[in-house]
Design a protein around this ligand. Structure first.
Ligand code: NDP
Length: 255
């Protein structure tokens, strides 16, 4: 009997998987047996990451896609090229950016960039991929949220608005697509050590705040996130949709 978590024969697109959390998610999906499409905007980085993963998991297990998730025509073209090679069974909307500045100072341009990258992209890539999933009557989408899906902090207003919006987009997608066999869930990482957060890890005051605020008393590692994504992508979660799972060492469970 095969495991309900087994993803053998499934193809997954993980946006922003050239590094950081997306790369760790890609590795977890590969370990579960899936084929992974490695994605980002910088072609050289995407190809180097894919080559390293192909060395580990085999050339047939990995392919690449390079497009900007905020540009509709690039998304439509990029998804069509992936689908031409084989169905996308799993979509992980992971690409994201951060911008730290008091809200009174934030330019509209920076606000729009964060909302487009962290929220609008999940709508654009999500519905483009969902059209094909709905036609096939099956698919799993996982939106990568954040502790800021639930809780605010000063200086990251656009990110907080986008990640809160992503929770309700997850529910809106569920409302429209659950009846067509497409499940949509979110995974909300706590504070994870990546390029996006290296400056915070290096800031003694912020580092002490994260450790004091996290019951498990450590930063998360990118590798901590993949298990929840594999579960939500697999048959093991077949009756789970519209939910956000917090993978945060207990941060959002305590005050
Ligand atoms: P990184 O900056 O390390 O990686 C971001 C990835 O997204 C890269 O592959 C990048 O590639 C890609 N990307 C960014 N913008 C675009 C775009 N417009 N089009 C296509 N690809 C894009 O970030 P993290 O790994 O830290 O974060 C990944 C996700 O996890 C984000 O959604 C983030 O909000 C979320 N998260 C992170 C936490 C953390 O502590 N680090 C905590 C909670 C959530 P390229 O630049 O080449 O395009």
């Amino acid at each position: 009997m095969t495991s309900p978590f087994d993803l053998t024969g499934r193809r997954a697109l993980v946006t922003g998987s050239s590094r950081g959390i997306g790369l760790a998610i890609a590795r977890s999906l590969l370990e579960a047996g899936a084929h992974v499409v490695v994605h980002g905007r910088a072609r050289a980085v995407v190809e180097a990451t894919a080559a390293a993963l192909a060395g580990e998991f085999g050339a047939d297990a990995v392919s690449t896609a390079v497009f900007d998730v905020t540009e509709e025509s690039s998304v439509v073209e990029g998804v069509a090229a992936i689908e031409a090679a084989g169905a996308i069974d799993i979509l992980v909307n992971n690409a994201g950016v951060q911008h730290r500045e008091p809200m009174l100072e934030v330019s509209l341009e920076d606000w729009d960039r964060v909302i487009r990258t962290d929220l609008t992209s999940a709508f654009l890539v999500g519905r483009t991929v969902a059209r094909a999933m709905i036609a096939r009557g099956a698919g799993a989408i996982v939106n990568i949220c954040s502790v800021q899906t639930d809780l605010a902090r000063p200086t990251i207003g656009a990110y907080t608005a986008a990640k809160g919006g992503l929770r309700n987009l997850t529910k809106a997608m569920t409302a429209e697509w659950a009846g067509s066999g497409v499940r949509v869930n979110g995974v909300a990482p706590g504070y994870i050590r990546t390029e996006l957060t290296q400056a915070l890890v290096d800031d003694p005051t912020f580092n002490a705040w994260v450790l004091g605020r996290t019951p498990m008393d450590r930063w998360g590692e990118p590798e901590d996130i993949g298990g929840a994504v594999v579960w939500l992508s697999s048959h093991a979660s077949r009756f789970v949709t519209g939910q956000v799972v917090f993978v945060d060492g207990g941060m959002t469970a305590v005050v």
